[in-house]
Ligand binder design. Structure first.
Ligand code: ADP
Ligand code: MG
Length: 311
């Protein structure tokens, strides 16, 4: 468990992060979302002590990060930034094995871990372990960057706008991969983004920052359904478009277990309401009605795609 306890950073008399408190359960993804300058990077860098807090503290599994030397702490906390940050003159295997080597893992254990991670990231070890970063695509470099950060089984993985440099199609794929790998490994992740859509897609919990303060912390469904302030509502913005703009799929085409009588969405509700209905009930599609008659189903995928386009 990660506990952030009234952590504050003051630069030149002004707080960049102002008494932020939140708790993240082990094995979950928390996405910290906010506009540029809201203090997201500063918050993340105080967790691994790349920045020292002005006040407040962070505890990992009950232990204050202040009780460990920063360079040792950072071996237990993976850190991924925009762009992959790989060592260009080291092979993929050497890049991924960097922290395990520092921790003096035996060679065969490092090699096994490298191959395990490459396989998990759908990169055939035989084919990729001896390549250099320049011999990989952008998406592959990004995956190796994440694999490297996960190699020593860190207590926590911090990711600062990790997908910012990827084009939108690869980006969606990278988000799905991360989600799947996080589930497979049970990793605890804190990820920073300015993109609310990414936050909703990836987060078990979403933390919204505005001008250094945490303005809302909750599940994606809560953020979407009950934004705590006009600022949060604005970030969820594109979602206010009417559902009727989306094409529906025939009722027979998507079968959902969770349908209950009377839970159809009116055609004139917003994308936000539709997304909220899906997320609350854990369904990937919900029925839509017009004047009391079911006219089709809207899919979670279609709602997300449209909200992204209009953002
Ligand atoms: P975000 O990652 O959300 O864009 P940052 O955490 O980078 O925001 O920055 C938050 C605020 O703190 C900004 O106003 C920024 O100018 C200021 N800031 C960040 N780092 C420093 C620093 N090293 N010295 C002075 N001000 C800083
Ligand atoms: Mg930043």
């Amino acid at each position: 468990m990660i506990e952030i306890d009234r952590i504050t950073k003051v630069y030149n008399g002004a707080p960049a992060v102002d008494a932020v408190s939140m708790t993240a359960e082990s094995g979950t993804i928390t996405v910290i979302v906010g506009t540029s300058g809201s203090g997201k990077t500063t918050l993340l860098r105080m967790i691994n002590r790349l920045e020292e807090p002005t006040s407040g503290e962070v505890r990992i599994n009950g232990e204050s990060t202040l009780s460990t030397k920063p360079h040792l702490l950072r071996r237990r906390i993976g850190y991924v930034i925009q762009g992959h940050g790989l060592f260009p003159h080291h092979t993929v295997a050497r890049n991924i094995g960097a922290v395990p080597r520092l921790l003096n893992w035996p060679k065969d254990k490092i090699r096994a871990r490298v191959d395990e991670l490459l396989t998990l990231f759908s990169m055939e070890p035989e084919q990729f372990r001896d390549r250099f970063p320049a011999e990989l695509s952008g998406g592959q470099q990004q995956r190796v960057g994440v694999a490297r950060a996960l190699a020593s089984r860190p207590d926590l993985l911090l990711m600062d706008e990790p997908f910012g440099a990827l084009d939108p199609i690869i980006r969606a794929r990278a988000q799905d991969d991360l989600r799947q790998i996080q589930r497979a490994l049970g990793s605890t992740i804190m990820l920073v983004t300015h993109d609310m859509e990414e936050a909703i897609r990836l987060g078990d919990r979403v933390a919204v920052m505005d001008e250094g303060s945490l303005v809302q912390h909750g599940s994606p469904a809560e953020i979407v359904a009950r934004p705590a302030s006009p600022f949060v509502a604005d970030m969820v913005g594109g979602m206010e478009r009417p559902l009727r703009l989306l094409s529906l799929v025939p009722l027979s085409e998507v079968v959902e277990d969770g349908d209950a009588p009377g839970d159809a969405l009116p055609e004139d509700c917003s994308l936000r309401d539709a997304l909220s209905a899906c997320l609350w009930t854990g369904r990937t599609a919900v029925p839509v009605e017009r004047e009391g008659a079911l006219i089709g189903r809207v899919t979670l995928e279609a709602i997300r795609a449209r909200a992204e386009l209009s953002a």
